[in-house]
Design a protein around this ligand. Structure first.
Ligand code: S3P
Length: 175
């Protein structure tokens, strides 16, 4: 069956939001940010959820939102970086989405995250964010690798080049 959605997964700072927004524009689909949906459901920011309710509660919201988006059509979804940690999330996403994993080197991730402000990302809001990036990337690499056969390294490409690659993947995945 044709999948009408694209779900972008990958570590923080790999470009899911910027690329997802552009991809949605090109493919004339709606753009959805999973973290934004969680903020709306919880009625508070991501750092507040982590601080007040804990990471496990955040992961529960994430599962709930994955289930909700699996019922949508013609959307591009920028998923949170930890979506791969619960297999059920990928099961939901794959029902209606071609799942593409974005990658980047730790240096590029660090640069992009420093620009955004690390206080937005509780997992990296630590005394040694670069060390955390390395540690989390190493732990999560098997999860990202196993999540999907479609992997795109965004470190040295422009947004337009990445969008073009993903459009090709999306087409090829339908046949
Ligand atoms: C997280 C990534 C964040 C956000 C939360 C947890 C993670 O999303 O969901 O801070 O576990 O990697 P982005 O990847 O959009 O920054």
């Amino acid at each position: 069956m044709k999948k009408s959605n694209i779900a972008l997964i990958g570590f923080m700072g790999t470009g899911k939001t910027a690329i997802g927004a552009k991809l949605a524009e090109v493919l004339k689909k709606e753009f959805i940010e999973m973290d934004q949906m969680i903020v709306e459901r919880a009625g508070k920011s991501i750092p507040e959820i982590f601080a007040e309710d804990g990471e496990i509660r955040f992961r529960e919201y994430e599962i709930q939102v994955c289930k909700e988006v699996s019922q949508k059509k013609d959307v591009v979804i920028a998923c949170g970086g930890g979506v791969v940690l619960n297999k059920i999330n990928l099961d939901y996403l794959k029902q209606s989405s071609v799942v593409v994993c974005l990658k980047a080197t730790p240096e590029v991730i660090f640069q992009r995250i420093s620009k955004d402000g690390k206080e937005k990302r509780p997992l990296l809001n630590k005394p040694d964010p670069m060390g955390e990036i390395h540690r989390l990337l190493e732990f999560r690499a098997p999860f990202y690798n196993a999540a999907t056969e479609y992997q795109v390294d965004t470190s040295n490409l422009t947004i337009d080049e990445i969008v073009e690659k993903i459009c090709k993947i999306y087409e090829s995945a339908q046949t």
